[in-house]
Design a binder for this molecule. Structure first.
Ligand SMILES: [Zn+2]
Length: 414
C-alpha cells in the first residue's frame, strides 16, 4: 500500500484530540500542501493507558467524519513485534515493524552468504558511486552479519500480518530504538535485505546520530544530522532502483516529539531531492492537553498541578521505561509546593515548548511527557476535564501541530 509524499504521525493518548489534530492537516491543505494523517499508538502506550487499537480507530474514523476529511488516513500499530502484533490486526492499516532488538545478533553464515550472493552487481557499484566508498565483499558481509537477523525478523513479522489481515496495509520498518545509528551504507544494504524478503516497505525509520529525547529538542550536531539525512535520502532513491522497492519509499523520522532544530534541515533536503518524509510525533499532543488545561485555569489548572505533584513523587517509576530517551536533571524540577502557587500563564509557559520563553523548563516538560500514566489513573476525572476544557485544549493541539511541526517540515518558511 502506497503512502503519499508527506505524512504525519500523531499520537492521541486519550483519543479525544482527533479533530483538533486533523484541523492542523486541513490548515496545510488550505495552503496547498497535502499531508496524510496517521494516528499512531504503541503497545507500550496502550498498556500504560489500558486502551485498545479499536479505540484509536474509532476516534480516527469519528474525526474524519466530523471534519469531512476526504483524503487518505491510517492507524499505525507503532513499534510492533511478533509478540504484540496480533493485538493490532483488526484495527490498523499501517504497521511499524520494530526489529531494533535483533540488530547485532549474528545471522546464520549460510543466510549471510545467500544475501551477499543475491545482491545485484549494479547495486554495489551504485552505492559506491553515491557514497564515494569502495566496498569489498567482506565489508558487505560484515554489514549483513550485523543486520540480517533483524531483516529476517522483519520478513517473518510482515508475512505474519499478511496472512492474518484482510485488506491492504502500509509497512514501516523501524530500527530507531537502538544505541548506535545506522550509516547510509548500512541503510542501503538493510533495504536490499528487506527487498529480498519481499517486504513492500513504504517507510523506514533508521536511528540517526544524536539524541532524540522525549518531548524536547534534538541534542547533537545538527549539521552532521543534515548530512546524514541527505545521504539517507539519496540512498533510499538508489535502493528503490537497485532493488525494485516501492517508488514512494521514504524516511520516517521518529521525533520523540519536537525536534525543532532539525526541521529546517529536513525541509531543505526534501526540497533539494524532491523527496517525501513521514514525521512521527506522539507525546507532543498529550502535553498540549496539559497546556490547554493549565491555560483554562480553575479546575483545569489544579488538575495539571495534581498530575505534576504525583509525577515528582513517582519519578523513578515513571522515568524507568523511558530511561534511554530522557535526560532530566531532578535539581531543575520545581518543587510541587512552588508549582501549586503558579497561575495559568506561569504553568502553560513553563510547559509549552517555546525554548525562547524565560519560563520554559525542559526538565518539567520531559517529566510530564512520560507521566500520562497518572492521567490514565485519574480515569473519568481526566477525560471529563478534556471535555469541559475542549476549546482551550483544541486550540493548543492544532496550533502546535501546524505551526511547530507541519509548517517547518513540509512547508518551510512559507
Ligand atoms: Zn520510534
Amino acid at each position: 500500500m502506497k503512502m503519499e509524499k508527506y505524512s504525519i504521525g500523531m499520537g492521541d493518548r486519550f483519543a479525544h484530540e482527533g479533530e483538533a489534530q486533523l484541523e492542523a492537516v486541513i490548515l496545510a491543505q488550505k495552503m496547498g500542501v497535502e499531508v496524510t494523517p496517521v494516528w499512531n499508538k504503541s503497545f507500550r502506550e496502550h498498556t500504560i493507558i489500558g486502551s485498545e487499537p479499536g479505540q484509536t480507530r474509532a476516534a480516527a474514523d469519528a474525526a474524519v467524519r466530523a471534519c469531512d476529511w476526504q483524503g487518505a488516513y491510517f492507524c499505525d500499530a507503532d513499534h510492533i513485534g511478533l509478540k504484540t502484533v496480533d493485538f493490532f490486526i483488526a484495527a490498523c492499516d499501517f504497521y511499524t515493524i520494530d526489529v531494533a532488538d535483533f540488530i547485532g545478533e549474528p545471522a546464520p553464515p549460510q543466510e549471510v552468504a545467500a544475501f551477499v550472493q543475491a545482491l545485484p552487481a549494479a547495486a554495489l557499484q551504485g552505492v559506491e558511486r553515491a557514497t564515494g566508498l569502495t566496498l569489498s565483499t567482506a565489508m558487505v558481509a560484515e554489514i549483513a552479519q550485523k543486520y540480517l537477523l533483524a531483516v529476517l525478523q522483519a520478513g517473518a513479522i510482515y508475512r505474519h500480518i499478511r496472512e492474518r489481515r484482510k485488506g491492504d496495509f502500509v509497512v514501516e520498518v523501524s530500527m530507531d530504538e537502538t544505541l548506535s545509528p545506522q550509516t547510509p551504507v548500512e541503510l542501503f544494504f538493510i533495504l536490499g535485505g528487506l527487498a529480498q524478503q519481499g517486504i513492500p516497505v513504504a517507510t523506514i525509520a533508521p536511528k540517526f546520530s544524536g539524541r532524540f529525547n522525549k518531548g524536547v529538542d534534538y541534542v547533537g550536531d545538527t549539521a552532521q544530522f543534515a548530512r546524514e539525512f541527505e545521504q539517507d535520502v539519496a540512498v533510499l532513491k538508489l535502493a528503490v532502483q537497485s532493488f525494485s522497492l516501492p517508488p514512494g519509499l521514504k524516511l520516517s523520522v521518529h521525533s520523540g516529539s519536537d525536534k525543532f532544530s532539525l526541521y529546517p534541515h529536513i525541509h531543505a533536503v526534501l526540497e533539494r531531492h524532491d523527496a517525501g518524509v513521514h514525521l512521527k510525533t506522539a507525546g507532543t499532543t498529550w502535553l498540549e492537553e496539559l497546556v490547554g488545561l493549565a491555560e483554562a485555569g480553575g479546575d483545569g489548572l489544579s488538575l495539571v498541578k495534581k498530575v505534576y505533584a504525583q509525577a515528582v513523587g513517582r519519578y523513578d517509576e515513571l522515568a524507568k521505561p523511558y530511561a534511554t530517551v530522557i535526560d532530566i536533571d531532578a535539581q531543575q524540577l520545581p518543587a510541587p509546593e512552588a508549582v501549586n502557587g503558579w497561575d495559568a500563564v506561569k504553568f502553560a509557559t513553563s510547559l509549552r515548548h517555546n525554548p525562547h520563553h524565560p519560563n520554559y523548563n525542559k526538565h518539567l516538560r520531559q517529566l510530564l511527557h512520560v507521566s500520562f500514566k497518572i492521567a490514565a489513573e485519574m480515569g473519568s476525572d481526566y477525560v471529563q476535564a478534556l471535555k469541559v476544557h475542549r476549546n482551550a485544549i483544541a486550540r493548543n493541539v492544532t496550533e502546535n501541530l501546524y505551526e511547530r511541526h507541519i509548517k517547518p517540515v513540509f512547508m518551510g518558511s512559507r
